[in-house]
Every structure is written in C-alpha cells, then in structure tokens.
Design a protein around this ligand. Structure first.
Ligand code: SF4
Length: 65
C-alpha cells in the first residue's frame, strides 16, 4: 500500500471522476491505496487524453474531493 495525502490524485475530485468505484472511497477514507491502482483523471485539460494516474500522482489541477 502507498500513502495518499492531500494534494495527491487519490484525494482529488477529478480522480476517477467518471469511473468511480469502491477503491476510491477507501483511498479517501484510509489515506492508503494499492500500489498498482490507477484510474482516469477527469480534469477537463486531461480528459480527452484518457490520462490514467496513480493515487500518489499530482498536478496543479488538484481540487480537494
Ligand atoms: S492528475 Fe491532477 S487533476 Fe488529475 S486526478 Fe491527479 S491531481 Fe487531480
């Protein structure tokens, strides 16, 4: 498991924005994510690119979930 902190994808509104699942809920509650877990970034600037990000990624488009 990896730690996920504020400012990182796992706690971002756009992480899995259009593809939410139970794992995202657990990441936000527990602050931990499976090392191999990725999901779509739904930020409008990335959406057309179908960018997949890890829960411990980050960018300037972060918005707290
Ligand atoms: S890449 Fe940026 S906008 Fe997308 S989920 Fe991660 S922090 Fe949020």
């Amino acid at each position: 498991m990896i730690n996920v902190n504020d400012g990182q994808c796992g706690r971002c509104l756009h992480f899995g924005e259009h593809n939410a699942d139970d794992t995202i809920v657990q990441i936000r509650v527990n602050g931990e994510a499976p090392e191999d877990y990725v999901n779509d970034c739904g930020h409008p600037a990335h959406e057309g690119l179908h960018l997949k990000v890890s829960a411990n990624g980050m960018c300037d488009g972060y918005m707290a979930a």
